[in-house]
Design a protein around this ligand. Structure first.
Ligand code: SUG
Length: 447
């Protein structure tokens, strides 16, 4: 039976801005206060989705979340009409308003962890929405994420949607950005690699920047899915990498099928990790482990270029894999030179293409951050909500929707503007019709 990878990309929301919210994410902090271009951002995201669609892949969409999240401001004691709540919060605590206004749900690699059906105990896809509790602006995402996933993948016969993990720092979870699955082909049993930044039980050697994924969270996700222990690995991301700005594992490693492309500094005790991968794959497939040495691409360049935050894709009808990398990969000399050598090396990666995602990149989100990979067999794919699968007509409608509703420019000082609240709601209200989400999808529609 054919099994495919469906990429659900987060549609970039109308409040996209640079508020410098993510300590440890160098791009986010470095662009704090810069003028953002929400319309350009959303169009860049849609262009990437269309590129994959044109290449013959199945492309899904996750809607943006309701921002500003007035609900959160009310939980924190602000009262009155929605406009008054926003204005009062803005007058007393603009930093809080920035935290409830981020369009951060665009980075769908942090939406959830997906364990595909060939690996799970009951033969269903298991999904755990990420609690994202390390960053306050992201911790408000998970309930609406769960709602979006339930709309996209509504059939429990094929997909088990777990609740997010408990809301405690011991179980801090950032989703698929810290999870790689290797296999011979998507439909075959694979090896699932969970990369964590810290253990809740061991404070030694922790990075200065936040380690957002715990070992305990990763273990719980694997347990829920009933993954086979000998095919499941828990490996620690190097604290030095986190302190160099690799705030998620997908900033230093990317994998698909039997190929893992990783930076020399990605993991603690690299040799043991590579041995463990080979052992876990034994009898299933021969892993292709492509290491990028620090001497070739220094970690600082890897973080600047987001070489590893590429999408590694199998395009139907082609023999070799495609690496879809951000434009910045060409602009950083060492990454560009590495890609040239990679293509000449005889590895299974036969093409590198580049995509312009500058608006997202300036907040630390490359091609891989913007998508949640969901591996589905034919029967499960038939049960996906078709309204959330991109085709050319929907792409054209979404481009027109962005053109009509999004601002060209936005700075954090605009976030207290009641007009932005109104415009965002008008946009999202229309979107629920475009995506068939129903007239009560967003909280503001239910009031
Ligand atoms: O969580 N940036 C996101 C970027 C997430 C990238 N995802 C992956 N690597 N998978 C984050 O740090 C910045 C928002 C701001 O500063 O306004 C932000 O949230």
């Amino acid at each position: 039976m054919t099994t495919v990878e469906v990429n659900f990309d987060g549609l970039i929301g109308p409040t996209h801005n640079y508020a410098g919210l993510s300590i440890g994410n160098l791009a986010s902090v470095g662009h704090a206060g810069v003028v953002a271009h929400p319309k350009a951002a959303a169009l860049q995201g849609l262009a990437k989705m269309k590129l994959l669609l044109d290449l013959g892949l199945v492309q899904g969409i996750l809607p943006p979340q309701e921002r500003p999240a007035i609900r959160r401001l009310r939980e924190l004691g602000f009262q009155g009409t929605d406009e008054a709540v926003l204005e009062r919060a803005w007058a007393t605590d603009p930093a809080l308003v920035a935290r409830v206004s981020s369009a951060s749900s665009m980075w769908a690699a942090n939406a959830a962890t997906v364990c595909p059906e060939p690996d799970t105990a009951d033969g269903r896809v298991h999904i755990t929405p990420a609690n994202l509790l390390t960053m306050p602006h992201r911790a408000i995402e998970c309930l609406e994420t769960a709602r979006a996933l339930a709309h996209a993948l509504p059939d429990p016969e094929y997909v088990v949607l777990h609740p997010p993990l408990p809301t405690h720092a011991d179980f801090a979870d950032e989703g698929a950005a810290n999870h790689v699955r290797l296999c011979s082909a998507h439909g075959e049993r694979g090896v699932e690699i969970f990369v964590y930044g810290r253990s809740a039980y061991d404070r030694t050697g922790q990075p200065v920047f936040p380690a957002r994924q715990t070992l305990q969270a990763s273990q719980a996700i694997a347990r829920r899915a009933g993954l086979e222990p000998r095919r499941t690995l828990f490996v620690r991301q190097s604290p030095a990498g986190i302190d160099a700005g690799a705030f998620h594992a997908d900033v230093v490693a990317v994998g698909t099928e039997s190929t893992l492309l990783f930076h020399e500094t990605a993991f603690v005790d690299k040799r043991a990790v590579l041995d463990a991968i080979r052992r876990a794959a034994d009898g299933l497939f021969e892993p292709e482990l492509i290491e990028v040495p620090e001497a070739d691409v220094p970690i600082a360049d890897a973080v600047r270029s987001y070489l590893f935050n590429a999408q590694l894709l199998r395009i139907p009808g082609t023999e070799k894999k495609l690496l879809l990398a951000p434009l910045e990969t060409i602009e950083v000399d060492s990454s560009r030179a590495f890609c040239d050598r990679l293509l000449a090396s005889g590895a299974s990666i036969g093409e590198v293409r580049h995509t312009d995602l500058r608006q997202s990149m300036q907040n630390g989100g490359g091609p891989a951050c913007l998508r949640l990979r969901v591996v589905l067999n034919v029967a499960a794919l038939e049960r996906v909500n078709p309204s959330l699968l991109l085709d050319q007509a929907l792409h054209a409608r979404l481009v027109s929707w962005v053109d009509r509703h999004y601002r060209d420019a936005l700075v954090p000082d605009d976030l207290g503007d009641r007009a932005l609240l109104r415009e965002s709601r008008e946009a999202l209200d229309e979107l629920t019709r475009l995506l068939g989400l129903g007239g009560d999808y967003y909280g503001f529609q239910r009031c």
